[in-house]
Ligand binder design. Structure first.
Ligand SMILES: NC(=O)c1ccc[n+]([C@@H]2O[C@H](COP(=O)([O-])OP(=O)(O)OC[C@H]3O[C@@H](n4cnc5c(N)ncnc54)[C@H](OP(=O)(O)O)[C@@H]3O)[C@@H](O)[C@H]2O)c1
Length: 286
């Protein structure tokens, strides 16, 4: 049995969906129920150990976290309680019960001064969210868990609004969007994260691994969307990241080197046109 926390998040849902093709999966959500996955409502902050004791999973994929970067910056105790305290208790119990651990982490553990970070580069988060995720990465690693770093997740399914879907929603109605020319990241399709996590589990990979798309500015990502979806590219307005008034600082270039991720999973994560084609199919299927 596999337990997936954060099943109502964009990556968590697709991870659970993919794993449930081959395994018994139970997803944990808190406020947002999901369809098509065997799942339960459970507030992990209350008694995280109990859920591991109850199900004795073979694998725990720990995706639940406060992923809203600005919310974390402003509500630090709230964020720390879930992203660190709850994670620590859950992961410790998993280790005690001989449950394998996959901890879902983020490109935001890096400061973004250089970009194309490899798995063994030194993290240096510049916002509180990144700091809490880094602390829990280290907890997971100390429990012999695997850390899967993902980035700028887009796609269909569940979870908070994501940049990819927002863009297509607007551009398909011929509405203009702003996209930063000077922020670089590795937009990653949630469906491919699901496939990759299944491969990582089945190959018994241990350590840190980056599952991410190619390095792109948000502006170039938007233009790729226009190309694949056949939207008018003049609707995409190039702006500076400084025009967005974020509460938490953002890394300027948090792109991830995904060579290990591609080699281990065999998934062509760098081919953004192919990823966007998959996304397009899912967008119009719904
Ligand atoms: N989004 C991205 O672009 C991105 C990039 C890199 C890494 N990540 C990582 O991916 C994961 C999901 O991120 P996200 O941004 O998609 O997150 P999100 O939209 O903030 O979703 C958070 C998830 O955690 C669950 N959760 C929160 N508090 C909980 C609690 N007390 N008890 C049980 N479940 C709780 C939520 O359940 P409910 O919604 O049901 O309350 C939801 O499924 C995180 O680990 C994040 O660090 C995301």
């Amino acid at each position: 049995m596999i337990l997936v926390t954060g099943v109502s998040s964009s990556p968590g849902y697709k991870i659970a969906l993919k794993l449930s093709e081959s395994y018994d999966v139970i997803g944990i959500y808190n406020e947002h129920p999901v369809a098509n996955i065997n799942s339960i409502k459970y507030d992990l902050t209350k008694d995280p150990e109990k859920i591991i004791e109850l199900y004795k999973p073979e694998l725990l994929v720990h995706t639940a976290a406060i992923g809203n970067v600005d919310l974390c910056e402003e509500n630090r105790d709230f964020c720390y309680n879930i992203n660190v305290n709850t994670s620590r208790r859950l992961l410790l119990k998993a280790k005690q019960m001989n449950t394998k651990i996959i901890y879902i982490s983020t490109d935001y553990v890096f400061d973004g001064k250089r970009g194309m970070y490899k798995e063994n580069d030194t993290p240096a988060p510049i916002n509180y969210y990144g700091l809490t995720k880094l602390v829990s990465e280290n907890i997971a690693l100390s429990m012999y868990g695997t850390v899967v770093r993902i980035a700028a997740v887009y796609g269909m399914g569940y979870g908070r609004a994501n940049f990819g879907k927002y863009m297509v929603d607007k551009l398909s109605k011929n509405e203009k969007i702003d996209a930063a020319k000077d922020q670089f990241l590795s937009p990653t399709l949630n469906t491919q994260i699901g496939e990759a996590v299944k491969k990582i589990f089945e190959k018994d990979f241990n350590g840190i691994i980056h599952i991410s798309g190619p390095r792109l500015s948000r502006f170039d990502f938007a233009l790729k969307m226009c190309q694949v979806f056949d939207f008018d590219r003049s609707l995409v307005n190039p702006v500076s990241i400084d025009s967005f008034k974020f509460k938490a600082p953002r890394p300027i270039d948090s792109s991830l080197d995904n060579m290990l991720g591609e080699n281990v999973t065999g998934i062509k994560l760098s081919d953004s046109n192919k990823s966007i084609e998959i996304f397009k199919g899912e967008y119009y299927a719904i």
